[in-house]
Design a protein around this ligand. Structure first.
Ligand SMILES: [Zn+2]
Ligand SMILES: [Zn+2]
Length: 297
């Protein structure tokens, strides 16, 4: 089985943690491969955040300026600046080097979606031989919605309105045709804010857009580690994806070697409960399907 969502380093906030080294050692990548193999996961796609790469500054622009609230705007800008320390060039070299060394890794990227930047982003990433591009929404009009420091935005905007804004962005991301897989599609629930009823109308719009764009959906164990304590996507949304014929990938969204393949028995179970029998596999952005191996235990 595979883990199609991995990062090389934890996020860096403020200035208290050292930035990742310029060179990414092969031994660091090997540690992910070893940890994943112990969980029965034998293919890894590294999908570093585009926004963490210094080269993305111009393409993405100062998107935090869209936030109306100066506190929210300041937090987003500070976190982006603290975490934007990697080199896209070095990252690609390291993963391709690991591939050449025979490690079972793929070259991916987490394309952080900012409306209006699609063309410049595509131009920036065009020169590299990606195996898989995953797309994510982390910001609503400059608000980093899954961080505690800006949690006041929920009350300012209203809970239903936040969900509407989030799913409008997810749907726009799908429609943009930029990526192969939509990552953590209901990440808006990260901090534990659920609506009284699952927003089936918003789910429906997203599923239709994913169908139109023929993108796969990521089934991620990361939510099980987050305050919401539920995989992405929620079971009713996963079921709607299956009914609509959308393919899935498995993901941990790990940011440390020991998180590679984390929670994959649980997400295999969830996939099977939703009626999935296969997962998508990518090579050079071409997809095929492989049967799901039953979870252990
Ligand atoms: Zn993400
Ligand atoms: Zn991620």
């Amino acid at each position: 089985m595979s883990d199609y969502h991995l990062h090389l380093y934890p996020h860096r906030r403020g200035e208290s943690t050292p930035p990742p080294p310029e060179e990414i050692p092969l031994s660091h990548i090997e540690r992910y491969v070893t940890a994943a193999a112990e969980r029965g996961v034998h293919e890894l796609a590294f999908t570093e955040h585009l926004f963490r790469c210094v080269e993305s500054a111009e393409a993405l622009g100062p998107f935090w300026e869209q936030a109306a609230d100066p506190v929210t705007r300041g937090h987003t800008e500070a976190d982006v600046r603290a975490d934007r320390t990697m080199s896209l060039e070095r990252y690609v070299e390291a993963i391709l080097g690991a591939k050449d060394a025979g490690l079972p890794v793929l070259l991916g990227l987490e394309v952080d979606f900012v409306p209006g930047t699609v063309e410049s982003v595509l131009e920036l990433i065009a020169p590299y031989p990606w195996d898989v591009l995953i797309g994510s929404v982390h910001w609503i009009e400059g608000w980093w919605f899954d961080r505690r420091h800006s949690i006041h935005e929920w009350e300012r905007r209203g809970h239903r309105r936040v969900y509407e804004q989030y799913f409008a962005l997810e749907t726009a991301l799908a429609d943009s045709g930029t990526v192969d897989v939509l990552a953590h599609v209901d990440r808006i629930k990260y901090q534990g804010q659920r609506l009284a009823e699952p927003p089936l109308d918003l789910y429906e719009g997203l599923v239709k857009a994913a169908r139109r764009a023929d993108v796969a959906i990521e089934l991620s164990s990361a939510g099980l580690r987050h305050p919401i304590a539920e995989a992405y996507p929620a079971p009713p949304l996963l079921e709607m994806c299956r009914v609509a014929g959308l393919d899935i990938t498995f993901a941990s969204d790990g940011h440390l070697p020991e998180q590679a393949g984390w929670g994959h028995d649980e997400i295999r179970r969830l996939a099977r409960d939703a009626g999935y029998t296969h997962t998508a596999r990518f090579r050079a952005r071409k997809r095929d399907l492989v049967p799901i191996i039953p979870p252990r235990g």
